[in-house]
Design a protein around this ligand. Sequence first.
Ligand code: ZN
Ligand code: ZN
Ligand code: ZN
Length: 366
Amino acid sequence: VNRQRHAQRIERAEAEAAAQGFDAVVASPSPDLAYLTGYDPGLLERPTFLVLRPDREPLLLVPELERPLATSRMADDVVAIRGWRDGTDPYAEAAASLPSRGRIAVTDRMWSSHLLELQAVLPEISFHPASPVIGRLRARKDPDELDALRRAAAAADRTYEDLCGLAFRGRTEIEIAADLARLLVEHGHTRADFTIVGAGPNGASPHHDPGERRVEEGDAVVLDFGGELDGYFSDTTRTVVAGEPSTELVRIHALVHHAQGAAVDAVRPGAVAQDIDRIARAIIEEGGEGERFIHRTGHGIGREVHEPPYIVEGNPVPLEPGMVFSVEPGVYLAGRFGVRIEDIVAVTDEGVETLNRSSRDLAVVG
Ligand code: ZN
Ligand code: ZN
Ligand code: ZN
C-alpha cells in the first residue's frame, strides 16, 4: 500500500470533480477503484462503493464479508471503510452518504444493476460517467506507472523476437497464438490478455479471432498481442510474411510503416490527439489506401488496454507529458491480407518515447 500516492490521487479526483461541477464521485470495483485506492476486488454482485465528496472524508462502503480483504489492501487512514451486512439495504446506506440533489459522477464500469438502484434511491440526482474526471487523471501516468508500461512493452518486444524464430508455414493461427500467449508469460507478463493471429485473408479483419487456418507460403500474418504486467498492459502489432512477399504486400507494408513512423514523430506535448490521427491518415490517403484504413490511429493504455486518450478524429485533447497510447495505422484488403504496425508511445517533457523497440520492418519468417 502506497498511502501517499493514493491520498494524492483521491485529492486530485476530488478537485477535478469539483472543477467540473460534480457534487460527488462514486467508484465501484473497476480500474478506477484500483487506481484511486489500490483495492482491486474484481466484479462483485454485492455492491461496493467508494464515495468521494469535496467536503467529507473518503468512504468505502463494502459488503461486511469483504471488509477484512479491503482493509488489508488499502490504507484505512486514507479512506474510512464501512461494512454493510446481507439483509440490509446497501443502496439506502450509500444514499445516506451522498448528497440528495445535484450531479454525481459514477465510474463507467459500474454494473447497471447497481446504478439503477442508486438512481431509484436518489431521484433528484443526475448521474454522469466519471471518465471525464478519473479517466483524465489516469491518462497522465506517474513514474511508477510508466515504469510498468515500459517493462510490459519490453516483454512484448522479446515475445515478438522469439516468435519470429519459430515455424509459421503449415501451422494454424491457433497454434501460433498459443506460442504468443506462452512467450508473453515467459517474458514477464502475469498473464496473456489477447493474441490476434490473422494469416492471409484473415489479416484483413483487424480483430480476427485465431482459427484453424494454416499459414501458407507468401502469407502476410498480422500479430497483435498483449498481456498484463503489474496491473499494466502491453499491446503491440507486427506484420510478418511467410517466405517471399508479393510486390503488393511490400508496397502496403512500406506505406503503413511510413504512416506509423510519421505519426509517432509528431507526438509531443501540446500536439492535439486528432492531429496524430490526421498525420497517419493523410499519408495512407496519399498512397491511395485511405478507404482501407478503417479504424482510429490509437488508444490510451494503462490499467486497461483501451482507455483515454483516444487518437481519433474529433478528439481535441492536447497531449500532455505522461500520456501513453498506441499508434497503430493499418490497411486491410478484403479477401487478400492486412497490414498493421503498432507501438506504445509515451509523451515526454520534450517529445516522445517509443516504449516498443522491436523492428517494424517486414520480417520474413519460416
Ligand atoms: Zn484493436
Ligand atoms: Zn493491438
Ligand atoms: Zn492497440
